[in-house]
Design a binder for this molecule. Sequence first.
Ligand code: ATP
Ligand code: IP8
Length: 265
Amino acid sequence: MDTLYFVKLGGSLITEKHRASTPRLDVIRRLASEIAQARADNPALRLVLGHGSGSFGHFAAKKHNTHLGVATPEQWRGFSEVWWQARALNTLVVEALLQAGLPVIAFPPSSTILCQNRRVVRWEIEPLQRAIGAGLIPVIYGDVVFDTKLGGTILSTERLFIELIPHLKPSRLLLCGQEEGVWADFPLRQQLISHLTPDNLAEVLPALAGSEAPDVTGGMLAKVHLMLQVVRQYPDLEAVIFSGEQPNSLEQALHGYPIGTRITR
Ligand SMILES: Nc1ncnc2c1ncn2[C@@H]1O[C@H](COP(=O)(O)OP(=O)(O)OP(=O)(O)O)[C@@H](O)[C@H]1O
Ligand SMILES: C=C(C)CCOP(=O)(O)O
């Protein structure tokens, strides 16, 4: 039977997150070829790819506080700047995926989603479903979105994945970033949590923080809370947070080998 995974290429991995608008093109290309290899090895594997914004969108968003709302002409100019940064990185990622031979198609959230106070109230996902049905790989990414209460705001890739889960019913969420997983002693990085559930969250909570780099969507703290929310709501789903720094680790994760921090109910 076909399996569907959602895979996020984290901005901490695909960009130099401390240096504005700096892509890691070699890493992006390597990840693209690992995805292509995993698909060649397992033709039943279907994917929705997402990617974060790293030092592209996050730098601009932090400068303009776009995540907090948009009202003045200057803030709308900032909204457009963040949109452009997110899109510029998306162009680089999509180009690398195409060059690796993957049949991808991007669905920019800013033009397809409407929010009300950060809650998605509309997203026409039938084109995305049809893309999967046609054997294509949809690509989404953290982006600016229009919001009926806040004017505009920002949705992370994880938030977008959560919206898609009830419609597409993936079996795994793979979040591939820079860190090896969730550390119980961050920033020392000596104790990796291999299995996180709502029952042992307390062990890791004191070490959970935002990103060390400029970031407006909450870093590891938000990621873990969102993933625990996911596995509570969808007990058959598992999320994995792991590093894509080592060659072949994304490919191995796509094959189901244990890696990083597994999050289940
Ligand atoms: N306990 C922890 N374990 C691991 N990382 C942690 C922890 N606490 C805080 N962090 C920070 O959170 C970061 C991961 O969150 P971040 O949002 O930057 O990842 P990402 O999804 O790859 O990036 P982006 O949002 O740009 O896509 C780590 O790189 C680290 O700096
Ligand atoms: C900052 C922007 C534009 C999107 C953030 O999405 P994320 O990188 O997935 O957290």
